[in-house]
Ligand binder design. Structure first.
Ligand code: IVH
Length: 684
């Protein structure tokens, strides 16, 4: 008993120390414990709790990790409905809102003041605290009933499992927004690109998706954060504060992050000025997305009096939305550029204009048909739109503002980069430059070759490639592999270290599988997917280069257009010279063993551990991959089975703990249909 007493006291101390460290790190941004100290405390608590399960509490930091996945999300009914907001798009609409309030509640409104907050562009959630302890977290859902995402929300370390301070109502819901900061969003998308997973369009979708994951481990791996902005208590229960501003202060004092730039103003004029500052100054300094500000009547009694319209939107609050990212400017010129496949497309040169905090000078016009379809003329006033990170677009002209001096445009007859006559293929709208040696095409081709989906040379950016071309160091893609540190150091913006890094990155890129090389070569109509089909089928660049149209057409998924393009490409004498140069420079020409389509292990994720009796690690990997399986290095719930040999260690323990199938080499050989396979044969 006294043993349990001591353990209970120790667990309570640990919990407090750990949660304090989490708060200091994630909310205050002032860490006081080192990672090692933190880990040591955390492991001690985990050990205590597994020894004495009766000591587990719902607010223990160990609850933030290791919750098993669910098969579906349960429903949760909100204490009081989660409302949405009406919008005001400009100062006039904001004033009209106040006028309505004055008609309803009298002149007192103008004296009672407003609290203003950021309108966080994330996913709304509600956190239920009972006796100060987080017991439930839910999405907004339809406003009345949401989904229970407690396990996922517990992984967000900014959300306290136990409220700090005191004065919290015995049962209440904290309302707020889960969001993903820009830097975390970008890092996550970069990782997804390198894993071949689809990227998220914006941080809001990423946050909302992460929140509704069935496996809390997936949510935990996403960089989610939280801001609280309101509290709700059961009907009839008094709130501990009298104004919205005080509510925000209380929420912050309980250890919940509250968004920056919140303020209280006495007049609507001051609110309007704040909204302008938010849109034009403050917004640019934020590491997360907002889509406006929120203005709330500060006095809670007045809020009560004003009530809710249609059970959905409170009268006492309004979203002051930002102007859409559209601007009006002059179309100074229509220029064309040539892409790597030779396609020649127009773009707009604009009188510089600020849109959503950035100066825009260029915008895409897609293709020739777009310019004529919109009847765009040089000299027109045009509307330009910028959405997020995408390239600005010309929406269309404002014909009323024409004075007759505007000029219609037509596609030039010659390529802007090499003066070759522009051609049009029958049935294709696009104009294109047929000159394979065109310097414009060449530059774009080099950029494509070095890009992520192709040979992927880290650090070889557009600007660097242009620089190398201008310096006469690179003419074709094979020249990249001849670059030496001494060639680079004399160039502007290169130092010894950056030159060494680039040369190392280039050396590494030589080993990419054939599919990436084929994609990088920029054969017409051959993208990422068809490059893979070709590489897997032929296995080596030499076999692909020697293939006839019929042989290529035999591949499922490859049609006439691609087959013709491949044959024409390798039939070109300059391409054959290029292939020779690539070989001399040591670029890999082979694809790892072709995967059997619909192989015995298609879709399976396999981990190998320990020493297998006959197969080397590499052999076993090749065998699994040749049957469509994927080999990864660590055991997780996603692992289909573990192949264990002698001296298997922690991976075997983990697989057993997770209930994952464990097999030996003989079983692997049986499953891959090669029970009598000799290892030597595999190695070939
Ligand atoms: S107050 C009073 N405050 O905006 C009623 N909402 O368009 C409701 N939002 O569903 C919310 N930041 O998800 C409020 N500071 C803030 C907010 C905020 C973001 C979201 C919330 C709501 C949506 C309404």
């Amino acid at each position: 008993m006294s043993d349990l007493h001591t353990a209970a006291a120790r667990a309570a101390t640990l919990r407090e120390q750990i949660e304090r460290a989490i708060h200091e790190y994630f909310v205050l941004d002032q860490p006081t414990l080192s990672d090692q100290e933190y880990d040591r405390l955390f492991r001690e608590l985990q050990a205590l709790e597994s020894e004495h399960p009766e000591l587990r509490t719902p607010d223990s930091p160990t609850r933030r990790v290791g919750t098993p996945p669910q098969s579906q999300l349960a429903k949760h009914e909100h204490l009081v409905p989660m409302l949405s907001l009406g919008n005001a798009f400009d100062d006039d609409e904001l004033r009209a809102w106040e006028d309505r309030l004055v008609r309803l509640a009298g002149d007192e409104i103008r004296r009672a003041g407003y609290t203003t907050e950021l309108k966080i562009d994330g996913a709304a959630v509600s956190l239920t605290y009972e006796g100060g302890i987080l017991v439930r977290g839910a999405t907004r859902g339809n406003g009345t009933i949401g989904e229970d995402v407690t396990a996922n929300l517990r992984t967000i370390r900014q959300i306290p499992l136990r409220l700090r301070g005191n004065g919290h109502p015995p049962r209440m819901e904290i309302r707020g927004e889960v969001y993903m900061p820009f830097d975390g969003f970008e890092r996550m998308n970069e990782e997804r690109v390198s894993e071949g997973a689809p990227v998220f369009a914006n941080p809001r979708n990423a946050a909302a998706g992460a929140l509704r994951q069935l496996d809390p481990a997936v949510s935990a791996a996403r960089p989610l954060r939280f801001f609280g902005y309101a509290m709700a208590v059961p009907p009839g229960v008094p709130l501990p504060v009298r104004t919205q501003f005080a509510a925000l202060e209380a929420i912050a004092a309980w250890g919940i992050p509250v968004a920056p730039h919140r303020a209280r103003f006495d007049s609507l004029d001051a609110v309007a000025a704040w909204a302008h500052r938010l849109e034009h100054e403050l917004r640019a300094g934020l590491n997360f997305a907002i889509d406006g500000g929120v203005v709330k009547v500060d006095q809670l009694t007045l809020q009560e009096e004003l009530g809710v319209v249609g059970g959905r939107e409170p009268r006492w609050a309004i979203a002051r939305k930002f102007a859409p990212d559209i601007a009006t400017t002059r179309l100074l010129a229509i220029e064309v550029n040539v892409g790597r496949t030779g396609a020649v497309n127009p773009y707009a040169q604009l009188e510089p204009v600020e849109i959503g905090g950035a100066t825009v000078k260029l915008a895409t016009l897609h293709n020739e048909a777009y310019v004529h379809g919109k009847d765009l003329r040089v000299g027109d006033w045009v509307q330009v739109k910028r959405a997020g990170e995408v390239i600005p677009q010309v929406i269309g002209p404002i014909p009323e503002r024409r004075d007759g001096s505007e000029q219609t445009w037509s596609m030039p007859a010659k390529c802007p980069a090499c003066d070759t006559l522009i051609e049009r293929e029958e049935g294709e709208a696009a104009a294109y430059c047929p000159n394979v040696a065109c310097p414009g095409r060449r530059l774009e081709g080099l950029v494509h070759f070095a890009s992520r989906g192709a040979i992927d040379v880290r650090g070889l950016s557009y600007a660097r490639i242009s620089q190398l071309v201008e310096a006469g160091l690179v003419e074709d893609v094979a020249d990249i592999f001849a670059l030496r540190v001494d060639d680079l150091v004399p160039l502007e913006r290169f130092a010894e270290k950056s030159a060494e890094n680039l040369v190392a990155a280039i050396a590494e890129s030589k080993t990419r599988p054939l599919a990436r090389l084929v994609n990088g070569l920029g054969i017409r109509h051959v993208g990422d997917a068809s490059a893979q089909l070709l590489a897997r089928h032929f296995g080596t660049l030499d076999r692909l280069a020697a293939a006839s149209k019929e042989e290529i057409l035999a591949i499922r998924g490859i049609g006439d257009e691609i087959a013709d393009a491949v044959v024409a490409f390798f039939g070109d004498a300059s391409v054959r010279r290029l292939v020779r140069k690539l070989r001399e420079r040591g670029v890999n020409f082979t694809e790892p063993e072709a995967v059997v389509e619909g192989g015995a292990l298609a879709g399976k994720t396999v981990v190998i551990t320990g020493t297998l009796p006959t197969l080397s690690r590499a052999d076993a990997t090749r065998l699994i991959e040749s049957q469509g399986g994927r080999v990864t290095s660590s055991v997780s719930r996603a692992t289909s089975f573990l192949v264990a040999g002698d001296e298997a260690g922690s991976k075997l323990d983990k697989a057993k703990a997770l209930g994952i199938d464990v097999i030996d080499e003989a079983e692997l050989l049986r499953r891959t249909g090669r029970p009598s396979q000799m290892p030597g044969e595999l190695a070939r």
